[in-house]
Unconditional design. Structure first.
Length: 363
């Protein structure tokens, strides 16, 4: 009896080992996929540049070396705002950038980074992963042979660095400001002159008064850029409450990958994106403390209520125009609005109520 049982155990073990060996052989003997990625950022750019490198590291590790991703920075490929076209054409397999940079060629890409007066980061992630956002993104990008996935979030961004104080809507008229995305259209509607400038040129543009103001990110990245040395007014945000970067994937490359490597790539992107959000949050806290201590002359301001109201009204007007012009834009905007209406109730009775309760203790 014991001998029979032992034989059964040995047989089961042999079958198991054979299966494991076969699975390992399939992975170990499988093709190594070498992918190239272009990023919008310059080499060694912190936080933004950390996300794609962490993604590449995770993908290689989880695939046991079957996925190897090399990254070319903007100072190598020389086209920071050309990532969309380079990935679309197949010159690169992957890209790391921001969806709203492509609004000039594909207007509906605008809505997948963040929107003025829109969702917070947790709300927006809920919409994208569970509320239909990914399917809508696929509708937009599939027409161009691309896939887009979240590529890292900064959280709520600051409203920007200004060389003069903003006291009324009149102060926005003629203001030359680096501000991308839908917020740039809002500012233009109020008389400002928005522009987009690569990160490596921002300090010089502000210093030489090529622009009068700029928004970048927040303390996590603004401190090292040195804007506080040439623009004393630092305004709180309204325009980018949940700025999401993106990973672009060429559809032909995606289809060439076996199913397990697609899962690994998607998982690597998701993990590195969330990690960037937490890293950015941490660095903002650290740098904000440093800014307050070492640069006491920085004046933190919030836009006057009259200016905020004008921005909000301009934003609502532009949203209505976009929805009327394009059925897909309407579908995306309706989806975001409906999801925000639902999820904001929970935000209000959870995070906001908690923080308000703490504030009341201090009174």
């Amino acid at each position: 009896m014991k001998l029979q049982n032992l034989s059964k155990v040995v047989a089961v073990a042999a079958i198991t080992m054979t299966s494991l060996s076969a699975s390992y052989t399939m992975a170990a003997d499988g093709k190594v996929y070498r992918l190239k990625m272009a990023e919008t950022w310059n080499a060694n750019f912190p936080i933004f540049g950390d996300a794609p490198r962490e993604m590449a590291r995770l993908a290689e590790e989880m695939s046991d070396g079957r996925l190897k991703i090399t990254i070319d920075s903007a100072n190598k490929h020389k086209a920071p705002f050309g990532v969309f076209d380079m990935v679309r054409s197949g010159q690169y397999d992957l890209g790391h950038s921001a969806s709203y940079y492509w609004k000039g060629k594909v207007p509906n890409t605008l809505y997948f980074t963040t929107m003025p007066f829109g969702m917070t980061t947790p709300e927006q992630y809920g919409w994208f992963y569970y509320g239909g956002g990914q399917a809508l993104s696929d509708k937009v990008y599939s027409k161009f042979g691309l896939r887009s996935f979240p590529g890292g979030n900064t959280g709520n961004q600051m409203g920007g660095w200004f060389q003069k104080e903003i006291n009324s809507v009149e102060d926005l008229k003629g203001l030359k400001m680096r501000i991308p995305g839908f917020a740039g259209e809002v500012m233009a509607k109020l008389g400002a002159k928005p522009t987009n400038i690569p990160s490596g040129e921002l300090f010089t543009a502000l210093e030489r008064r090529t622009i009068d103001a700029l928004e970048w990110v927040g303390p996590s990245l603004d401190l090292r850029m040195g804007f506080h040395k040439i623009a004393p007014y630092y305004y709180t945000g309204w325009h980018e409450p949940a700025t999401e970067l993106q990973f672009l994937v060429n559809e032909r490359t995606w289809k060439k990958l076996p199913d397990d490597l697609r899962t690994i790539l998607r998982t690597s992107m998701k993990l590195s994106s969330y990690d960037m959000y937490i890293q950015s949050y941490h660095e903002s806290a650290e740098n904000w403390a440093k800014m307050k201590q070492e640069f006491p002359n920085i004046e933190v301001k919030s836009f006057p209520s009259s200016v905020m109201k004008a921005m909000y009204d301009a934003n609502e007007s532009l949203l209505a125009e976009k929805a009327a012009e394009d059925p897909l834009a309407k579908e995306i905007l309706d989806s975001q609005a409906q999801y925000m209406q639902k999820v904001r109730v929970w935000t209000n009775i959870s995070d906001r109520a908690y923080l308000d309760s703490l504030d009341n203790l201090a009174d």
